[in-house]
Design a protein around this ligand. Structure first.
Ligand code: ZN
Length: 666
């Protein structure tokens, strides 16, 4: 659970502090072990130091109270703060392991009604117009979820010769396949549902889709609930509507519902805007029933621009932070998957994952499948997690935001997943501080470290896990470096760099990263170890990605501060959808290019047909043309709006990288 970078704590004497010092005084805390029950629950309550709240542990020294200051009690001089505690403790209550679990309050005592139902996975999927955009994938791939005959009929009249493959799967060659974003998402969901059916057949899988309305399918067994119009702007109404029906909508496990659910999604047509906010509120209503540990995967390819949480401006940042905080309280993990192409404002949506310890990714459509799989692997292990770290009084934390912080620290983690990792740096207090506390480091042969984790497990029990380690000290830096595990340094530098950068301090982030990178890559003692050398080599690629993200953000920030005197608009080749849209608008020049007859000519030719049989055949086509026109006008409007808001290059990709590095997921 607690891993020291080096088995030796390096005690470097100094008269003044340097918060950017680099050495092996780093440790990390991973939460994956909250899942296992190998450590048995310790009998009795934790005994804590009255001054520093260290928990009495394996390394504590209990003496008989020779001076008899407190009759019948024993003396425990706290090994962290030196406080004299008088305690009454049976010998068998003294922990014999470095790792101990205490039961604070059982689920029963808290009168928590944890439902029998398994936790759930809600796919909250964008079905707006842009989801029909296609990408070229190398090689011939058979996608089951192709375009329907009806959709093809509607679109083929606008197809330019040579562009048929964009909508017609038969035109895919053995060299390339054209697939839409929606097809990729469908394939990814299908793959995951298949896996869940095998490994987790009782898991309930729900579906919520959003475009200019939100459709809540749940497990697919009931008539879906549609949220549209004014309701998209009213959180109370959405919550009330689903409060009574969520259980009905999430009844059957994936083993029974998989096929039905997939078919419902397949039939949907991609159109309209992006009501992401209202969809998220709905998904949360479904996810919060049942056991903690439910997961929401939001998958979107565009900017939330309709209803609550619309991101046309930044005013709605708070909306996502509040929803994230609420989800965390419910033990729901939210992951945000954005598809490369259009701007999604990952910096704001990322708050959902940051608050719930989910994952933020930016992926190509063809990588969604792999991405979903990774997200689902990162399961929740505890909720309402608080981490307390105690250092020996001769030490203090380094590089923390609070400059007054000394040797005690608390971090609110909220949800903890298998991948959740926290890192810390520490150093010897400066000469003045040591003198004040009358500490002679010659007496410090070793120093204790303790972490306390308060958390609620997935059964609802409130527990405290305490890990205490004794680490020997050295004043010789080489001795500490000889024992170094570089991956702990990597984790720390990645997290801290991303953390500084996310606050907008890009230059500081770069110099922090440069300093650590130089240290870990060039230090002869550290690299003398073959394993460290190899790990350093493979970390370089990750760090390059991180450095690139920071540098690009820095450049972007400068551009915003100093806009170029003349803005040149880039002329791009019109896409298929742009051609369709401009055709409908009646742009003559583009019509000629597209070699499509004018609508008036089409009309005339239709009027010439006298045969009633022919009329019968033509009428549906006419209707389709009208329908298609309306849809494409909407699509064009949406695309124009998105274009004006999107960055010239992919800022969202770098933001997603920063979120991942900060969480230590790389
Ligand atoms: Zn103490």
């Amino acid at each position: 659970m607690m891993a020291m970078c080096s088995k030796k704590a390096y005690l470097k004497r100094r008269s003044v502090d340097n918060k950017y010092d680099v050495d092996t005084n780093i440790f990390q805390v991973k939460f994956d072990c909250l899942k296992d029950n190998i450590v048995k629950i310790h009998q009795g309550d934790p005994v804590m130091c009255q001054q520093c709240e260290t928990v009495l542990n394996k390394h504590s020294k209990i003496q008989e109270d020779v001076q008899n200051q407190q009759f019948g009690k024993q003396l425990w001089i706290c090994e962290f703060c030196n406080h004299k505690n008088y305690v009454q403790i049976e010998k068998e209550e003294i922990p014999t392991n470095e790792d101990t679990i205490y039961l604070i309050q059982s689920a029963q005592e808290q009168q928590m009604q944890i439902e029998d139902a398994d936790n759930s996975i809600i796919f909250c999927i964008d079905n707006s117009g842009s989801m029909s955009s296609t990408v070229e994938i190398k090689g011939k791939i058979n996608f089951k979820h192709g375009i329907s005959a009806e959709e093809y009929e509607m679109l083929k009249q606008f197809i330019e010769p040579g562009d048929e493959h964009q909508i017609w799967p038969q035109f895919n060659t053995k060299h390339v396949t054209h697939v839409s974003r929606k097809q990729c998402v469908m394939a990814a969901i299908e793959q995951q549902i298949g896996e869940l059916k095998k490994k987790n057949p009782n898991k309930i899988v729900g579906l919520v889709t959003f475009n200019n309305e939100v459709v809540v399918y749940g497990d697919g067994s009931e008539v879906p609930i549609t949220i549209a119009g004014d309701r998209l702007f009213k959180q109370d109404e959405i919550e009330n509507l689903l409060d009574g029906t969520a259980k009905q909508l999430m009844k059957y496990p994936v083993k029974a519902q998989a096929e039905t659910l997939l078919k419902k999604f397949e039939k949907l047509q991609e159109k309209g805007q992006t009501a992401l906010g209202p969809a998220l509120i709905s998904a949360l209503q479904l996810a919060k029933i049942g056991k903690p540990g439910s997961m929401i995967i939001i998958c979107t390819d565009g900017l939330a621009n309709l209803g609550l949480g619309s991101l046309d401006n930044d005013a709605n940042k708070q909306f996502y932070e509040d929803l994230g905080a609420f989800a965390s309280q419910c033990g729901v993990v939210i992951s945000v998957v954005t598809i490369k192409g259009e701007g999604c404002k990952v910096d704001i949506l990322g708050a959902l994952s940051e608050k719930t310890n989910g994952t933020v990714t930016r992926v190509r459509p063809e990588d969604i499948e792999k991405d979903f799989a990774n997200i689902l692997k990162d399961e929740l292990v505890g909720t309402q997690v608080q981490l307390f770290v105690n250092l020996h009084r001769a030490l203090k934390f380094r590089g923390e935001d609070d400059p007054t912080l000394s040797n005690k620290l608390k971090r609110d983690i909220g949800n903890a997943t298998i991948a959740t990792t926290q890192t810390f740096e520490y150093q010897l207090k400066n000469d003045q501080e040591l003198q004040k506390e009358q500490i002679d480091i010659k007496d410090l042969k070793n120093v204790p470290f303790q972490i306390k984790v308060n958390y609620t497990n997935l059964h609802g029990d409130r527990l405290m896990r305490v890990v205490t380690q004794l680490v020997s000290t050295t004043e010789n830096v080489k001795e500490a470096e000889e024992e170094a595990q570089v991956e702990v340094i990597h984790k720390r530098m990645a997290q801290k760099t991303a953390q500084i950068a996310k606050k907008g301090n890009y230059q500081e982030a770069q110099s922090y990263n440069d300093q650590w990178d130089g240290y870990v890559q060039k230090n002869a003692v550290i690299n003398n170890n073959v394993s460290n050398k190899e790990k350093n080599f493979s970390f370089q690629a990750h760090n390059l990605k991180l450095q690139t993200a920071v540098q690009k953000q820095e450049v972007r920030k400068e551009k915003v501060q100093k806009p170029p005197p003349q803005q040149q608009s880039q002329q791009q080749q019109p896409s298929f959808f742009e051609k369709v849209a401009s055709f409908i608008k009646g742009d003559e020049k583009k019509q000629q290019q597209a070699q499509i007859p004018e609508p008036s000519q089409q009309k005339a030719s239709i009027q010439q047909q006298d045969s009633p049989q022919l009329q019968k055949r033509v009428n549906p086509v006419k209707q389709n043309v009208e329908k298609c026109k309306a849809q494409n006008m909407q699509l064009e409007k949406e695309m124009n709006r998105k274009r004006s808001l999107s960055c010239s290059d992919d800022e969202d990709a770098e933001m997603a990288d920063l979120f991942q590095f900060e969480q230590g997921k790389y």
